[in-house]
Design a binder for this molecule. Structure first.
Ligand code: SF4
Length: 409
């Protein structure tokens, strides 16, 4: 078994489905001349396969991705020599950095030791792969993620108010196709996003404002519908509108950390590279969001520096990872006037346990802002709907109340 960040030109790269941003990555690979496909969305069979080859004590995204990899391998005609699995990694205080090792061991034990893994690292803000097309790949993958995340924001903004059921989902699907085509063929993505914004704005909708619910937590579960038991659909069915911390926020966070580490280590090359990455990321984010500015006025992302300034009262930032982000994003949602926050975590998640422990304190500081911690382990939870009903009742009462708190709170 080998890990590779360059030897993939003659292989098909499989992307695990966490969110629809996976389609941006396949499009970016294709743009760089590499065949690529998104793995099937997780379902019950994912859990059957995943739990068969793990012991169930791993974090849920770990055994879910294991199951999805095995589903690809078991497909008729799968060619181990011509396949690679994309599995980013991260250093830091949690188990994410170990996923790829476990996957390699499972595949070795199954006799698939020719399959390769493509493992970009958060340590360098994922700037470290795809040979001579690395710069192009990094840029278009980033643009694609931001674009698809922005479409998803528009989906959540418009769907709860649509007059004709299904209109928003169908526009969303059409726009995903426009964006992936644009990336693959090197068209003007900013122009494509302007076209998409016009399509969303034309959807007929009722004139009302539901309570806005921030969705924070562990990246895989908060974004993946199957693994969080379709929590977002449930919130909408109970009368809420959601704003979910998007996939690309993690990338901005890794870029921020990369910049800080470069400055501290005084490595000129890394400092220069991090300045460039920051500049282009911000430029793309602004240009991609611009046509949606009016529609998504309550859904604009707050910069990472500000998010971390909120967390630092409660948690030492040197811890890094998901916990400091989740605390900061929650406070940000409260300050932006949301009516409540849903914090989603896998069972056994270390950052999730930290957030749960701290949530009592920062909720008190936010005047007991409506908040719910949800934990998932792959089992159907019978009381999820009941808990969400109680939470939404509180959120509706909170709607319109603003937490005018001091900057450092
Ligand atoms: S954030 Fe939680 S679920 Fe995700 S890898 Fe780390 S410990 Fe596991």
């Amino acid at each position: 078994m080998h890990s590779t960040n360059t030897g993939i030109l003659d292989k098909k790269v499989y992307i695990p489905y966490m969110s629809d941003a996976a389609y941006a990555l396949t499009a970016a690979f294709k743009r760089c001349g590499v065949d690529s496909d998104v793995m099937d969305e997780p379902d019950e069979s994912t859990l059957d396969f995943g739990l068969k080859y793990t012991n169930g004590n791993e974090c849920m995204p770990c055994f879910v991705t294991t199951g999805d990899i095995i589903k690809v391998i078991e497909r008729p005609g799968f060619d181990a020599k011509k396949s690679a699995f994309f599995m980013p990694t991260s250093p830091g205080p949690c188990k994410f950095g170990q996923y790829n090792r476990l996957h390699e061991m499972v595949l070795d034990n199954m006799g698939y030791n020719e399959v390769e893994f493509l493992i970009p690292s958060a340590k360098k803000s994922y700037t470290d792969f795809v040979g001579d097309k690395a710069v192009l790949f990094r840029r278009v993958a980033w643009q694609g993620c931001v674009a698809i995340d922005t479409l998803e924001k528009a989906l959540y903004r418009v769907r709860p108010y649509e007059i004709n059921k299904g209109d928003t989902a169908s526009v969303y699907k059409e726009c995903i196709k426009l964006v992936t085509d644009s990336i693959e063929k090197g068209k003007d993505l900013y122009e494509t996003m302007a076209e998409c914004a016009r399509k969303f704005e034309k959807i007929p909708r009722v004139d009302e404002e539901r309570p806005l619910i921030g969705v924070v937590g562990e990246i895989f579960l908060r974004l993946n519908k199957f693994t969080n038991n379709f929590t977002i659909d449930k919130i909408e069915s109970l009368g809420g509108e959601v704003s979910v911390v998007p996939t690309y926020k993690w990338i901005t966070f890794t870029t921020y950390e990369y910049s800080m580490n470069a400055l501290m280590s005084r490595k000129i090359k890394d400092i220069f590279l991090s300045i460039l990455v920051n500049y282009y990321q911000k430029k793309d984010e602004n240009n991609i969001f611009r046509p949606f500015k009016k529609l998504l006025r309550n859904h604009k992302e707050t910069g990472i520096g500000k998010i971390l300034s909120y967390s630092k009262k409660y948690i030492d930032l040197s811890l890094g990872g998901e916990a400091i982000l989740t605390v900061g994003e929650s406070i940000d949602f409260a300050k932006k006037g949301c009516s409540g926050v849903v914090s989603i975590h896998p069972f056994h998640c270390m950052p999730g346990s930290i957030v749960q422990t701290l949530s009592k304190k920062f909720r008190e500081d936010l005047n007991n802002f409506p908040w719910i911690n949800l934990w998932f382990d792959g089992q159907e939870s019978t009381n999820l709907m009941l808990r969400l009903e109680a939470f939404m009742h509180q959120a509706k009462q909170w709607q319109g109340v603003r937490n005018d708190l001091p900057e450092a709170a």
